[in-house]
Design a protein around this ligand. Structure first.
Ligand SMILES: [Zn+2]
Length: 345
């Protein structure tokens, strides 16, 4: 099996963005409501069937290709735990406007209310910010918010109160942020990230008015607000606790020559990410590569795939061990949950 260079896959969305994705990929801009590129996706948009699922260059939807050869695509250890599911999703996400304050369910909530084994813990690697300086994201509530107060904020769409309650955090290109399921969060305009997440499209929109046209219907995942708001982490998050969710490049340890671990071990039950450069030797495994910088080659056996910044590449397990070559190449290697790493309920 061979690594596959993937074209852009940008479903329409309620929020604006997409220009940064086009710039990154070196392609002409699409319309300005395609702010997310779903890479190596086996996930459809909530309530919108196959929209969002990746289609391979040979015309097959990715889930169909994997179902025909799960061992070849995902490898035996992954299939033993996750079956035909890749168990994660990668996106390029360009916040062309501030995203609404929202959160995502935990696995336990998703199992109980949504009939799904996956919630939506997510993480971002920041690629760019307004003016390449500080960008703003919002993580968690600064003080505990009662269920009653949250319900009132939601019902009255008290945007000012909800934003004021969150903790603003400055991020810079190269920073990584882990967002546990349940944690309220938002991204300010002009922040461009690679997102790793569980393979669902479950979002509970605390703010929806002025953002999502059908927000009062789909913003609670069709569960009703009383149930949906139960998934919100209403606890106070101290600035130290929030700082523990952020990693700068200096916090990303080298784990092998040319390879750095991007996310903390607490992310391992959901997904993993490595920054890999020239000389990196990568063992066989299903992966999504995002070429962040430079140009070079991915070699596997006697074959080689040319890489350049802005590409996204799907690497099946069956491609075997690979190595990276090229003087200024930097690749984000996104990987499924670590074998044996299980989330606590
Ligand atoms: Zn989110």
């Amino acid at each position: 099996m061979r690594p596959i260079i993937l074209p852009a896959n940008q479903p329409r969305h309620f929020y604006r963005g997409g220009a940064a994705i086009a710039r990154f990929r070196g392609e002409p801009p699409a319309d300005d409501h395609r702010p997310e590129d779903w890479v190596g996706s086996v996930t459809g948009r909530f309530g919108a069937g196959p929209v969002g699922v990746s289609v391979l260059p040979d015309g097959r939807p990715l889930p169909e290709a994997i179902a025909a050869d799960p061992q070849g695509w995902l490898g035996p250890a992954h299939v033993a735990r996750w079956g035909d599911s890749t168990a994660f999703l990668v996106k390029l996400l360009d916040a062309g406007q501030r995203l609404p304050v929202h959160c995502h369910p935990t696995r336990a909530f998703a199992r109980e209310h949504l009939g799904c084994a996956f919630g939506k813990t997510e993480a971002w690697l920041v690629l760019d910010t307004p003016g390449h300086g500080d960008g703003l994201v919002r993580l968690g509530f600064r003080e505990e918010v009662s269920a009653e107060r949250l319900r009132v904020w939601s019902a009255t769409q008290d945007r000012a109160a909800m934003i004021e309650a969150t903790r603003p955090v400055r991020v810079r290109p190269g920073d990584a942020v882990l967002i546990p399921a349940g944690l309220p969060h938002a991204i300010d305009a002009g922040v461009f990230v690679v997102e790793l997440q569980e393979p669902t499209d479950f979002s509970v929109l605390l703010e929806w008015e002025g953002f999502a046209p059908a927000g009062d219907e789909t913003g609670h995942l069709r569960l009703g607000w009383d149930t949906a708001l139960e998934c919100v982490d209403r606890r106070a998050w101290s600035s130290d606790q929030v700082a523990g969710l952020i990693r700068t490049r200096a916090d990303m340890p080298e784990t092998a020559p040319g390879v750095r671990r991007v996310l903390p071990e607490s992310a391992d039950p959901f997904f993993r990410a490595e920054l890999a450069g020239p000389g990196a030797e990568l063992s066989a495994g299903f992966a999504v590569l995002v070429v962040l910088r430079g140009a070079g080659e991915l070699r596997h056996g006697t074959q080689r795939v040319e890489l350049r910044a802005g590409q996204t590449v799907l690497v099946p397990y069956g491609a075997g061990d690979t190595t990276l070559h090229g003087s200024d190449l930097e690749v984000l290697r996104c990987l499924p949950p670590a074998p044996g790493a299980e989330s606590t309920p």
